[in-house]
Design a protein around this ligand. Structure first.
Ligand SMILES: C[S@@+](CC[C@H](N)C(=O)[O-])C[C@H]1O[C@@H](n2cnc3c(N)ncnc32)[C@H](O)[C@@H]1O
Length: 262
Protein backbone atom coordinates (compact mmCIF):
# COMPACT_ATOMS: atom_id res chain seq x y z
CA UNK A 1 0.00 0.00 0.00
CA UNK A 2 1.16 3.52 -0.79
CA UNK A 3 2.31 5.59 2.18
CA UNK A 4 1.74 8.91 0.42
CA UNK A 5 -0.47 11.38 2.32
CA UNK A 6 -4.10 11.76 1.26
CA UNK A 7 -4.56 14.12 -1.69
CA UNK A 8 -6.90 17.06 -2.02
CA UNK A 9 -6.92 17.29 -5.78
CA UNK A 10 -9.77 17.64 -8.26
CA UNK A 11 -9.05 14.54 -10.35
CA UNK A 12 -11.49 15.51 -13.15
CA UNK A 13 -9.71 18.86 -13.51
CA UNK A 14 -6.36 17.08 -13.40
CA UNK A 15 -7.36 14.65 -16.16
CA UNK A 16 -8.56 17.53 -18.35
CA UNK A 17 -5.25 19.35 -17.86
CA UNK A 18 -3.19 16.23 -18.57
CA UNK A 19 -5.15 15.61 -21.78
CA UNK A 20 -4.78 19.28 -22.74
CA UNK A 21 -1.00 19.27 -22.31
CA UNK A 22 -0.43 15.96 -24.11
CA UNK A 23 -2.73 16.95 -26.97
CA UNK A 24 -0.28 19.84 -27.50
CA UNK A 25 2.70 17.47 -27.16
CA UNK A 26 1.17 15.39 -29.98
CA UNK A 27 0.09 18.22 -32.27
CA UNK A 28 2.58 21.04 -31.53
CA UNK A 29 5.67 19.38 -30.02
CA UNK A 30 8.00 22.29 -30.74
CA UNK A 31 6.23 24.69 -28.36
CA UNK A 32 7.51 25.31 -24.82
CA UNK A 33 6.36 23.04 -21.98
CA UNK A 34 7.51 22.71 -18.35
CA UNK A 35 9.48 19.69 -19.64
CA UNK A 36 11.64 18.82 -22.63
CA UNK A 37 10.38 16.78 -25.58
CA UNK A 38 11.79 15.31 -28.77
CA UNK A 39 14.83 13.65 -30.26
CA UNK A 40 17.54 15.66 -28.48
CA UNK A 41 16.01 14.64 -25.15
CA UNK A 42 15.72 10.99 -26.20
CA UNK A 43 19.37 10.87 -27.29
CA UNK A 44 20.55 12.55 -24.10
CA UNK A 45 18.64 9.98 -22.03
CA UNK A 46 20.44 7.17 -23.86
CA UNK A 47 18.26 6.17 -26.83
CA UNK A 48 20.72 5.01 -29.53
CA UNK A 49 20.37 7.31 -32.59
CA UNK A 50 20.43 4.30 -34.94
CA UNK A 51 17.41 2.83 -33.10
CA UNK A 52 15.53 6.15 -33.34
CA UNK A 53 16.30 6.18 -37.08
CA UNK A 54 14.23 2.98 -37.45
CA UNK A 55 10.96 4.49 -36.22
CA UNK A 56 8.75 7.38 -37.45
CA UNK A 57 10.57 10.67 -36.77
CA UNK A 58 7.29 12.45 -35.94
CA UNK A 59 6.78 10.02 -33.05
CA UNK A 60 10.20 10.95 -31.67
CA UNK A 61 9.38 14.67 -32.11
CA UNK A 62 6.58 14.12 -29.54
CA UNK A 63 8.64 11.89 -27.23
CA UNK A 64 7.95 13.01 -23.65
CA UNK A 65 9.57 10.20 -21.68
CA UNK A 66 11.92 10.68 -18.74
CA UNK A 67 14.43 7.84 -19.10
CA UNK A 68 15.82 5.08 -21.32
CA UNK A 69 14.95 1.52 -20.27
CA UNK A 70 15.13 -0.70 -23.36
CA UNK A 71 18.46 -2.19 -22.23
CA UNK A 72 16.80 -3.14 -18.92
CA UNK A 73 13.69 -4.52 -20.67
CA UNK A 74 15.88 -6.68 -22.98
CA UNK A 75 12.86 -7.60 -25.12
CA UNK A 76 13.14 -10.83 -27.09
CA UNK A 77 11.54 -11.87 -30.39
CA UNK A 78 8.03 -13.23 -29.83
CA UNK A 79 7.36 -11.39 -26.56
CA UNK A 80 4.06 -9.60 -25.76
CA UNK A 81 4.47 -6.04 -24.51
CA UNK A 82 2.04 -3.58 -22.92
CA UNK A 83 3.02 0.13 -23.03
CA UNK A 84 1.13 2.09 -20.35
CA UNK A 85 0.72 5.69 -21.55
CA UNK A 86 2.17 5.09 -25.01
CA UNK A 87 1.81 8.73 -26.11
CA UNK A 88 2.84 9.23 -29.74
CA UNK A 89 4.47 5.82 -29.68
CA UNK A 90 8.28 6.06 -29.41
CA UNK A 91 8.67 3.16 -26.95
CA UNK A 92 5.93 1.10 -28.60
CA UNK A 93 7.58 1.45 -32.04
CA UNK A 94 11.00 0.48 -30.63
CA UNK A 95 9.46 -2.47 -28.77
CA UNK A 96 7.68 -3.56 -31.95
CA UNK A 97 11.03 -3.90 -33.71
CA UNK A 98 12.55 -5.82 -30.76
CA UNK A 99 9.76 -8.40 -30.50
CA UNK A 100 9.34 -8.81 -34.28
CA UNK A 101 6.45 -10.27 -36.24
CA UNK A 102 5.91 -13.15 -33.79
CA UNK A 103 5.57 -10.71 -30.89
CA UNK A 104 3.04 -7.98 -30.19
CA UNK A 105 2.73 -4.57 -28.56
CA UNK A 106 -0.36 -2.94 -27.08
CA UNK A 107 -0.08 0.80 -26.42
CA UNK A 108 -2.67 2.31 -24.08
CA UNK A 109 -3.33 6.05 -23.85
CA UNK A 110 -6.26 8.27 -22.86
CA UNK A 111 -5.41 11.35 -24.98
CA UNK A 112 -7.16 11.22 -28.36
CA UNK A 113 -4.54 13.32 -30.17
CA UNK A 114 -1.66 11.09 -29.00
CA UNK A 115 -3.52 7.95 -30.07
CA UNK A 116 -4.48 9.45 -33.42
CA UNK A 117 -0.88 10.42 -34.11
CA UNK A 118 0.56 7.02 -33.11
CA UNK A 119 -2.06 5.18 -35.21
CA UNK A 120 -1.50 7.45 -38.23
CA UNK A 121 2.29 7.01 -38.07
CA UNK A 122 1.93 3.23 -37.77
CA UNK A 123 -0.42 3.15 -40.77
CA UNK A 124 1.92 5.35 -42.84
CA UNK A 125 4.75 2.87 -42.28
CA UNK A 126 2.92 0.19 -44.32
CA UNK A 127 3.03 -3.21 -42.59
CA UNK A 128 6.25 -2.50 -40.63
CA UNK A 129 4.41 -1.99 -37.35
CA UNK A 130 1.49 -4.38 -37.89
CA UNK A 131 2.23 -5.99 -34.52
CA UNK A 132 1.22 -2.83 -32.59
CA UNK A 133 -2.30 -2.11 -31.41
CA UNK A 134 -2.74 1.44 -30.04
CA UNK A 135 -5.81 1.33 -27.80
CA UNK A 136 -7.79 4.07 -26.12
CA UNK A 137 -7.91 3.38 -22.41
CA UNK A 138 -6.67 4.10 -18.92
CA UNK A 139 -3.51 2.73 -17.40
CA UNK A 140 -5.58 1.98 -14.30
CA UNK A 141 -7.67 -0.56 -16.26
CA UNK A 142 -5.97 -1.61 -19.52
CA UNK A 143 -8.27 -3.88 -21.52
CA UNK A 144 -5.92 -6.84 -21.82
CA UNK A 145 -6.26 -10.47 -20.78
CA UNK A 146 -4.96 -11.26 -17.30
CA UNK A 147 -1.55 -12.97 -17.32
CA UNK A 148 -1.10 -12.40 -21.08
CA UNK A 149 1.94 -10.07 -21.09
CA UNK A 150 5.67 -10.83 -20.89
CA UNK A 151 6.66 -7.22 -20.25
CA UNK A 152 4.88 -4.02 -19.22
CA UNK A 153 6.70 -0.78 -20.01
CA UNK A 154 5.85 2.79 -19.01
CA UNK A 155 7.73 6.04 -19.54
CA UNK A 156 6.90 9.21 -17.62
CA UNK A 157 3.25 8.32 -17.04
CA UNK A 158 2.57 6.74 -13.64
CA UNK A 159 3.44 9.99 -11.82
CA UNK A 160 0.35 11.44 -13.56
CA UNK A 161 -2.01 8.87 -12.03
CA UNK A 162 -3.81 9.97 -8.84
CA UNK A 163 -3.68 6.39 -7.43
CA UNK A 164 -0.43 4.60 -8.26
CA UNK A 165 -1.39 1.40 -6.37
CA UNK A 166 -4.22 0.78 -8.85
CA UNK A 167 -1.81 1.14 -11.79
CA UNK A 168 0.76 -1.27 -10.32
CA UNK A 169 -2.00 -3.78 -9.51
CA UNK A 170 -3.24 -3.53 -13.13
CA UNK A 171 0.31 -4.07 -14.45
CA UNK A 172 0.73 -7.12 -12.22
CA UNK A 173 -2.62 -8.49 -13.39
CA UNK A 174 -1.65 -8.11 -17.07
CA UNK A 175 1.70 -9.92 -16.60
CA UNK A 176 2.38 -13.66 -16.54
CA UNK A 177 4.25 -14.92 -13.50
CA UNK A 178 7.91 -13.91 -13.92
CA UNK A 179 6.95 -11.17 -16.40
CA UNK A 180 8.81 -7.84 -16.16
CA UNK A 181 7.64 -4.34 -15.37
CA UNK A 182 10.11 -1.76 -16.67
CA UNK A 183 9.50 1.91 -16.10
CA UNK A 184 11.11 5.31 -16.08
CA UNK A 185 9.35 7.86 -13.96
CA UNK A 186 9.69 10.98 -11.85
CA UNK A 187 10.36 10.41 -8.15
CA UNK A 188 11.14 12.63 -5.22
CA UNK A 189 13.59 12.27 -2.34
CA UNK A 190 11.57 14.31 0.16
CA UNK A 191 7.89 14.85 0.81
CA UNK A 192 6.56 17.82 -1.18
CA UNK A 193 4.12 20.27 0.41
CA UNK A 194 0.50 20.61 -0.74
CA UNK A 195 1.40 23.81 -2.60
CA UNK A 196 3.17 21.48 -5.05
CA UNK A 197 1.23 18.19 -4.79
CA UNK A 198 -2.15 19.93 -5.09
CA UNK A 199 -1.11 22.24 -7.91
CA UNK A 200 -2.81 20.69 -10.93
CA UNK A 201 -0.50 22.43 -13.39
CA UNK A 202 2.67 21.14 -11.62
CA UNK A 203 0.98 17.72 -11.41
CA UNK A 204 0.23 17.70 -15.14
CA UNK A 205 3.86 18.70 -15.71
CA UNK A 206 4.98 15.41 -14.06
CA UNK A 207 6.17 17.01 -10.79
CA UNK A 208 3.21 17.24 -8.37
CA UNK A 209 2.39 13.52 -8.63
CA UNK A 210 5.94 12.23 -8.29
CA UNK A 211 6.17 9.46 -5.69
CA UNK A 212 8.74 9.33 -2.95
CA UNK A 213 11.22 6.59 -3.78
CA UNK A 214 10.31 4.62 -0.65
CA UNK A 215 6.58 4.83 -1.52
CA UNK A 216 7.33 3.56 -5.01
CA UNK A 217 9.18 0.56 -3.58
CA UNK A 218 6.36 -0.10 -1.07
CA UNK A 219 3.72 0.08 -3.84
CA UNK A 220 5.68 -2.27 -6.12
CA UNK A 221 6.08 -4.74 -3.27
CA UNK A 222 2.36 -4.54 -2.42
CA UNK A 223 1.48 -5.31 -6.06
CA UNK A 224 3.69 -8.42 -5.96
CA UNK A 225 6.81 -7.16 -7.75
CA UNK A 226 10.42 -7.92 -6.85
CA UNK A 227 12.79 -5.12 -7.81
CA UNK A 228 15.86 -6.25 -9.81
CA UNK A 229 17.52 -2.96 -10.81
CA UNK A 230 17.10 0.77 -10.24
CA UNK A 231 19.00 3.42 -12.19
CA UNK A 232 18.98 7.21 -11.82
CA UNK A 233 18.41 9.16 -15.05
CA UNK A 234 20.61 12.10 -14.10
CA UNK A 235 20.37 13.66 -17.56
CA UNK A 236 16.65 14.37 -17.20
CA UNK A 237 15.79 17.94 -16.23
CA UNK A 238 12.73 20.17 -16.20
CA UNK A 239 12.70 23.39 -18.20
CA UNK A 240 10.48 26.09 -16.72
CA UNK A 241 11.73 28.18 -13.78
CA UNK A 242 8.73 27.16 -11.68
CA UNK A 243 9.32 23.48 -12.34
CA UNK A 244 13.05 23.76 -11.65
CA UNK A 245 12.44 25.55 -8.35
CA UNK A 246 10.26 22.69 -7.12
CA UNK A 247 12.60 20.00 -8.40
CA UNK A 248 15.71 21.57 -6.82
CA UNK A 249 13.99 22.08 -3.49
CA UNK A 250 12.49 18.60 -3.07
CA UNK A 251 14.98 16.42 -4.93
CA UNK A 252 12.70 15.55 -7.83
CA UNK A 253 14.54 13.27 -10.27
CA UNK A 254 13.97 10.54 -12.83
CA UNK A 255 14.46 6.86 -12.01
CA UNK A 256 14.29 3.69 -14.11
CA UNK A 257 13.21 0.46 -12.45
CA UNK A 258 13.28 -3.15 -13.66
CA UNK A 259 11.21 -5.54 -11.57
CA UNK A 260 9.41 -8.85 -12.10
CA UNK A 261 6.15 -10.40 -10.95
CA UNK A 262 6.96 -12.89 -8.20
C1 LIG B 1 4.68 12.24 -20.28
S1 LIG B 1 3.67 11.56 -21.56
C2 LIG B 1 4.65 10.17 -21.99
C3 LIG B 1 4.24 9.53 -23.29
C4 LIG B 1 5.16 8.42 -23.78
N1 LIG B 1 5.30 7.36 -22.80
C5 LIG B 1 6.51 8.97 -24.15
O1 LIG B 1 7.50 8.53 -23.56
O2 LIG B 1 6.57 9.83 -25.03
C6 LIG B 1 2.32 10.89 -20.65
C7 LIG B 1 1.27 10.16 -21.47
O3 LIG B 1 0.46 9.40 -20.58
C8 LIG B 1 -0.90 9.55 -20.93
N2 LIG B 1 -1.65 9.34 -19.70
C9 LIG B 1 -1.55 10.03 -18.54
N3 LIG B 1 -2.35 9.51 -17.60
C10 LIG B 1 -2.99 8.47 -18.18
C11 LIG B 1 -3.96 7.51 -17.72
N4 LIG B 1 -4.42 7.54 -16.48
N5 LIG B 1 -4.39 6.57 -18.59
C12 LIG B 1 -3.92 6.55 -19.87
N6 LIG B 1 -3.02 7.41 -20.36
C13 LIG B 1 -2.55 8.35 -19.52
C14 LIG B 1 -1.00 10.95 -21.51
O4 LIG B 1 -2.10 11.05 -22.36
C15 LIG B 1 0.34 11.07 -22.24
O5 LIG B 1 0.24 10.63 -23.56
Amino acid sequence: MSIEPELHLDTADLEARVKGIYEQVADNPSQEFHFETGRALAERLGYPPWDLDQIPSAAVDSFAGVGYFHDLAALKPGERVLDLGSGSGTDSFLSSISVGARGSVIGIDMTAAQLAKARRLAAEAGNLFDNIDFREGRIESPAVEAGSMDCVISNGVINLAPDKDIVFAAAADALRRGGRLVLSDIVTRSQMPETVTCDASLWAACIGGAMRVESLMTSLDAAGFLVDTTRANDDYRFLSRRARKATDKYGVTSLSVLCHKA
